[in-house]
Design a protein around this ligand. Structure first.
Ligand code: DC
Length: 226
């Protein structure tokens, strides 16, 4: 009997390893991985580049009409990367300049409607792992498997610092810590689709887990659901 393909929703705090786990799972299961945060980051990049005043509803509305987002697999890694109007922006959107504004922009209603509509279309064929903040609660409330990830604050700051430091040695641990705290606050307190654990999500705390261990646990959850 063919194995049933499902939707896997991974939500959680910033920098607790959601995308690492999602990528590992997609590879192991031969599923498609979609990084929903990359969509909000790419929209933020567009707004910054085009000097859009995102407090002005009209400007946001008009700007969104000019944004096309696509995912396409990197030839070498096989991992889907994000394209903004045909340009690969997978790497530029990881900059702290984007991280500083993205939560504010992701809280705008029109932006969320725009992104969620596309995310739902991507899930139509199942066999998908999507990570974000509202995947299990809003985008795919019927997802067969929902994982809510968490990790100790200090562990998360350290992980993100290492990642960003590799690209920018001027960055300080304080800056990274402040950014994570600010994003978690805005993401979990916004009016529309705030970050919260879906009632039927399983909690995965990976503070003391290796990547191999977390994958093993997650694949066990998948087995139970398929
Ligand atoms: O996963 P990430 O850190 O790349 O996400 C960047 C921001 O995008 C995050 O701070 C909040 C927002 N986001 C969201 O509001 N909803 C999602 N489903 C994914 C991300």
């Amino acid at each position: 009997m063919p194995v049933k393909k499902i939707i896997i929703a991974i939500d959680g705090w910033s920098s607790c390893g959601k995308s690492t786990l999602a990528r590992q799972m997609a590879k192991a299961l031969q599923y498609t991985y979609i990084d929903s945060g990359a969509m909000y980051r790419a929209i933020t990049l567009y707004f910054l580049r085009n000097i859009i005043d995102w407090t002005d509803e009209n400007q946001v509305y008009e700007a969104l009409k000019n944004i096309e987002l696509d995912f396409s697999a990197n030839e070498n890694t096989g991992v889907a990367e994000i394209y903004l109007n045909g340009e690969n922006v997978e790497y530029v959107i990881r900059d702290l300049i984007i991280a500083e504004k993205v939560s504010e922009i992701a809280a705008i209603k029109a932006v969320r409607i725009f992104a969620v509509e596309q995310q739902r279309k991507m899930g139509a064929r199942k066999g998908i792992v999507m990570d974000g903040r509202d995947i299990g609660t809003v985008v795919f409330p019927d997802a067969e498997l929902k994982i809510f990830m968490t990790a100790d604050n200090a562990v998360r700051v350290e992980r993100r610092f290492k990642e960003l430091y590799a690209q920018n040695p001027n960055i300080t641990i304080e800056e990274v810590k402040n950014n994570l705290e600010m994003r978690d606050y805005i993401d979990s307190h916004r009016e529309i689709s705030p970050l919260r654990k879906a009632e039927d999500a399983v909690v995965l705390d990976n503070s003391n887990l290796t990547q191999e261990q977390q994958l093993e646990i997650a694949l066990r959850y998948v087995k139970e659901k398929t």
